[in-house]
Write a protein that binds this ligand. Sequence first.
Ligand SMILES: Nc1ncnc2c1ncn2[C@@H]1O[C@H](COP(=O)(O)OP(=O)(O)OP(=O)(O)O)[C@@H](O)[C@H]1O
Length: 289
Amino acid sequence: MDSAVSVVVPAVKVTALSKTFGCCKALDDVSIDIRPGEMVALIGASGSGKSTLLRHIAGLARGDGDRGSIEVDGRPMQTLGRLAQGVRKNRSGIGFVFQQFNLVGRLPVFTNVLTGSLARMPLWRSLSGFFPRAERELAIEALERVGILDKAWVRASALSGGQQQRAAIARTLVQKARIILADEPIASLDPESSRRVMEILARINAEDGTTVVVSLHQVDFATRYCPRAIALKTGAVVYDGPSAQLTPDLLRNLYGSQAEELTAARSTAMSSAAFITDPDVLSAAIAVH
Ligand SMILES: Nc1ncnc2c1ncn2[C@@H]1O[C@H](COP(=O)(O)OP(=O)(O)OP(=O)(O)O)[C@@H](O)[C@H]1O
């Protein structure tokens, strides 16, 4: 036996995490380990706990206090319902992609993408609104990678839903996120835009080794782009393994009568946008121009 076997620190380690809202358990004793560089789909019916789990991993919500912990890159995010010291700093390595993009609609795409660097900057610098040349170059590079460099100076609100989502992903590149948590990033996109967004996430995962955890309603996208799937049902993990081995029985158990519909590409195309109004982010971003 090789005594020099190196121990891989999980990118995400969730141990015995539960979350109760009033009378209902949104998360029920969840334990998962995600290795660095994995691309994992989080699947399950509406209300099964996918968003709640992602928000906990990102340090945006606290679990029940009796047991449970979360570590990201080996650093504690929360233990027994308390956020760890330094959670803000740890959060800077986590890029969060939302279903509704969370861009500042009246600002140019470039500025929105540039705000990704705020997470890495000391507070004084972010308030000064000064973005060094290197950060601007990074933003240009990120826009090029997601294929919307030609939209750099267009107002974010003028982009299609798919383009806005690509801008949101570019922002995580500027953030230099080691982990991307994407919460239903394609739920409001048409099939072609969904495919492009998933391909971009898969490319970032493959080329940069970025760990990607993406919650998805569409099982066919999960199996196509994510080698591993974790399935939640009423807050509990009911499957954790290769997405290629998700069986029709399991999918029926997860989604009931919706199962077949969710494995076929959806045809509904709609896009909408919700915008952040955080005054600090806004003023810093506005000051660039
Ligand atoms: N802030 C909250 N207050 C009360 N209950 C909540 C809150 N957030 C989530 N829940 C409940 O927790 C459960 C899990 O919700 P969650 O949004 O995580 O599910 P989901 O799998 O992401 O659903 P969807 O696919 O519809 O987004 C649901 O029963 C939901 O109603």
